[in-house]
Design a protein around this ligand. Structure first.
Ligand SMILES: O=c1ccn([C@H]2C[C@H](O)[C@@H](COP(=O)(O)OP(=O)(O)OP(=O)(O)O)O2)c(=O)[nH]1
Ligand SMILES: [Mg+2]
Length: 153
């Protein structure tokens, strides 16, 4: 049995005609909850077309939390559908509808039906910081090396 840090309850409002249940963790160890398209009619995305897909979900995160909207790997590998702004950021103070920016990166048209699981939502704790302006940063072994600096193997 996996154990996760328990989070206080998060207020959620769900508005849809199709009676979807709330997003839920599919397995005991799932990081994300799948979220569904909430659309009045099917949407077809042509190759490279993007679409802002409503989910019918509204949440009120506590301060210090964010929700990330991430792609589902199955949808990406099978249909080339992914989230354009991945991961999407849902701010703690956002009270609007959660929407998913889907893009069709396949070379065929792809259709989304209402109720399709189009993305997943991961709730994370985040910190806000204050800057301390300095003239010199503390040194490290890496220094300014990056972008393949440590080699391939
Ligand atoms: O995939 C996403 C990304 C964002 N949002 C909502 C919640 C988020 O809190 C708000 C703003 O998102 P973001 O900061 O990414 O967008 P922005 O372009 O910086 O807009 P803003 O100026 O409103 O912050 O839009 C979504 O519903 N889905
Ligand atoms: Mg922003």
């Amino acid at each position: 049995m996996l154990s996760f840090a328990t989070v206080e309850k998060i207020s959620v409002k769900i508005i849809n005609q199709s009676g979807f249940s709330l997003p839920a963790y599919a397995t005991t160890g799932s990081a994300g909850m799948d979220i569904r398209a909430c659309i009045s009619e099917p949407v077809t995305l042509q190759p490279l077309e993007r679409y802002l897909v409503p989910t019918g979900l509204f949440i009120a995160l506590p301060d210090g939390f964010e929700a990330q909207i991430r792609p589902r790997s199955g949808l990406a590998i099978k249909q080339g559908l992914t989230c354009l702004n991945s991961p999407g950021t849902i701010d703690a103070d956002y009270r609007g509808e959660i929407k998913v920016i889907l893009i069709n990166l396949s070379n065929e048209a792809q259709t989304i039906q209402s109720g399709d699981r189009i993305a997943q939502m991961v709730i994370q704790q985040v910190s806000q910081i204050n800057w301390e302006v300095v003239t010199d940063l503390e040194t490290t072994e890496r220094g300014s090396g990056g972008f393949g600096h440590t080699g391939k193997i």
